[in-house]
Design a protein. Sequence first.
Length: 156
Amino acid sequence: MSGEPVPGCELCAAASPTGAWQVVAADDRLRVLRVLDAPAFPAFYRVVWRTHVAEFSELSAADRLHCMEAVAAVEQALRQALAPTKINLASLGNVVPHLHWHVVARFAWDSHFPAPIWAAAQRASPDDAAAQVASRLAAVDAAIEAALAGLSPGRG
């Protein structure tokens, strides 16, 4: 596990070079990003490990625990603030091999539900539904920031 920033890795960057995401919370081991380039899915977040590692098993046991506590904290903040139909969790890394978890609040009205967000759309979403969710994301971001600050600081 090198942990060194990899040139060209968007998730190694301190800020999105393309405007695709923004940091909403961070600690010394990970960052929580809100995805900005998927407007059909406004409550789409990523938990990104700070150092460049490709696989979850490259982390120590304590770091794996911290990472999953952060994923759970983001999920809980989304559930409490938005009451989605379902939360989707995914860790793929095939396109960007930098350890990160997708945490996406899903709603029965979304264009792809119940299929994954990467599948083909099944219908149009109601015009104002995504905007209504987006209008509540500042509160979600604040809840995520508070939750992340409360996680165990121990390192492995």
